[in-house]
Design a protein around this ligand. Structure first.
Ligand code: AMP
Length: 514
């Protein structure tokens, strides 16, 4: 059985089991199968052999899961877009994907809904589903192993997001390994879904839950902004597998009520996406007496995560920084120097991922694909193997088979768990007609980015006070970038210091603005 068949199979063995729980409403495995089959049948009738990817626009509604499965059952990759993105960003993604259809789970808004594509509104979708109930798409119509299953757009250094294509094979390889990690195959757990579906961290909870006949318990951005409401939902959630960024766990830990009384069923905490500090892991073990903390590492381009390990209580005390784990067995980690040559064990270098998890590349973006992806013949435990590889831009080292992460070699950062290319913000700032130049600096405390400061040079004097200009810049930027990418501080300056090679002197600038 492939992944989609496994998910469908739960509709026969446990039809009434809840697959998705959101704000007190639930969707069963049977409903998920019936509705996704119906929508897929409509898509097959309407689009036939045309397998252009389909955008699914929304947040945490049940329909998101129904649409994802309907797309892949009808042979289309899906592109999840979260409703929180600004209009221009949504338009950039829709344009670059050249999609012909947007499934509108949340309202798109009239500014976004216009273009060379069709929008199927929530109501229309429901009536198509009702009309096709009982129809079953054939297995041959589904996305096949080496075809793209989903495309997730992430921050791109050019100022436009880039779409990472993940195949069914990539995803199946991740799911098989992920279930083994938590020793959870088929046990009917409750997985926490914190990240929006447009981030690949959500793939971890979504597909580990669905592939094991478990329940996905979604929380949304309104709950996250309101801890009282969030904790009330936690209390009734029954969450047994926690999946989040360490930042989100740290936010919860700041409240002493975050403990095993709140989440008595909790067994496993799975982290990915940014550094898990010893302190955070230690605190989790203090609050939850009988849990397993797992640290995992990987980029969207290598399907969520490729290394992991159980960070036990003892490890939290004696190994700092914590390792990010052992590589899954159908992948390899290479540590290379700037020329791409592997370095000696224990030496630092760029982390290159090779093997089954690696994406075929960025969608409709050969230039970026060629920069980061390649096919290489590498040593594979005694023999050689030709595999896809991805240069992560991460720095790290291997010690006794364990990978350690030590930072970035470029201008990508993580802020509160969000992946951001600083050049993405800079390029969007430079688009504003009154800005001559701009630099964005991450402000760190103990190695963790706390917030962003943008330094901007204007090309003319504006007839307003400085704070008004700063506010204006922020508001302009919000038209192009998601909220989490808006710098907290904006400093206006006459010029930006340069190095002798004519590059922006970021170190000096950081000193100067302190
Ligand atoms: P994303 O594509 O959003 O998952 O971000 C991938 C990037 O997050 C990686 O390239 C790393 O820079 C960072 N990252 C992922 N997992 C970890 C981890 N366990 N520890 C430190 N950094 C991580």
């Amino acid at each position: 059985m492939n992944l989609v068949e496994i998910i469908d199979h739960y509709a026969s063995v446990c039809p009434d089991r809840i697959v998705h729980s959101y704000r007190g409403s639930s969707l069963t495995y049977l409903q998920l199968k019936e509705r996704s089959d119906a929508l897929a049948s409509y898509l097959i009738d309407t689009y036939g052999e045309d397998k252009t990817p389909i955008v699914v626009f929304g947040h945490k509604q049940h329909e998101m899961l129904i649409c994802f499965l309907a797309c892949v059952k009808s042979g289309h990759a899906y592109i999840p877009i979260d409703e929180s993105l600004p209009v221009q960003r949504i338009r950039d993604i829709i344009e670059s994907s050249r999609t012909k259809l947007v499934l509108e789970v949340s309202g798109l808004g009239s500014e976004t809904a216009e273009g060379e594509f069709h929008v199927l509104s929530g109501n229309e979708m429901n009536s198509r589903i009702e009309g096709y109930l009982g129809k079953k798409p054939s297995v041959e119509s589904q996305v096949q192993k080496e075809e793209t299953y989903y495309i997730i757009y992430t921050s791109g250094s050019t100022g436009k997001p880039k779409g990472v294509q993940i195949t069914l094979s990539n995803l199946e390889s991740f799911v098989g390994w992920g279930l083994g990690l938590c020793s959870l195959a088929g046990t009917g757990e409750v997985f926490l879904n914190q990240a929006p579906f447009s981030f690949d961290l959500s793939v971890m909870d979504l597909y580990l839950a669905l592939a094991s006949g478990s329940t996905l318990y979604s929380i949304d951005k309104t709950m996250i902004a309101n801890p009282k409401e969030l904790f009330a939902f936690f209390r009734q959630s029954g969450v047994s597998v926690w999946v989040s960024t360490p930042s989100f766990a740290e936010m919860c830990l700041a409240d002493s009520g975050f403990n095993e009384e709140l989440l008595p069923a909790l067994k496993v905490l799975l982290f990915c996406g940014e550094t898990l500090s010893n302190n955070c892991a230690r605190k989790l073990y203090q609050r939850f007496s009988d849990v397993k903390v797992i640290n995992s590492y990987g980029p969207t381009e290598a399907t969520v995560a490729v290394t992991a390990l159980h960070v036990d209580r003892e490890m939290c005390e004696i190994i700092e920084p914590l390792p990010v784990g052992y590589v899954k067995n159908d992948c390899r980690i290479l540590i290379v120097d700037p020329e791409g040559v592997p370095v000696a064990e224990g030496d630092r270098g760029e982390i290159v991922i090779a093997g089954e998890s690696v994406s075929p590349g960025y969608y409709r973006n050969q230039e970026m694909t060629a920069k980061a992806f390649s096919i290489r013949t590498i040593d594979w435990t005694g023999h050689s193997k030709t595999v896809r590889t991805y240069r992560t831009g991460d720095e790290g080292y291997l010690k006794e088979g364990l990978l350690y992460y030590s930072g970035r070699i470029d201008f990508q950062i993580k802020l509160n768990g969000f992946r951001i290319e600083l050049e993405d913000i800079e390029n969007n700032l430079r688009k504003l007609e009154f800005i001559e130049n701009a630099v964005v600096l991450p402000i760190r405390k103990e190695d963790k980015v706390q917030y962003l400061t943008a330094v901007a040079v204007l090309n003319r004097k504006l007839e307003q006070k400085e704070f008004e200009t700063v506010l204006f810049i922020k508001n302009e930027l919000k038209k192009y970038l998601p909220e989490y990418m808006i710098p907290r501080k904006i400093v206006l300056r006459e010029s930006i210091p340069m190095t002798v090679n004519g590059k922006i002197n970021r170190a000096k600038l950081l000193e100067e603005i302190k």
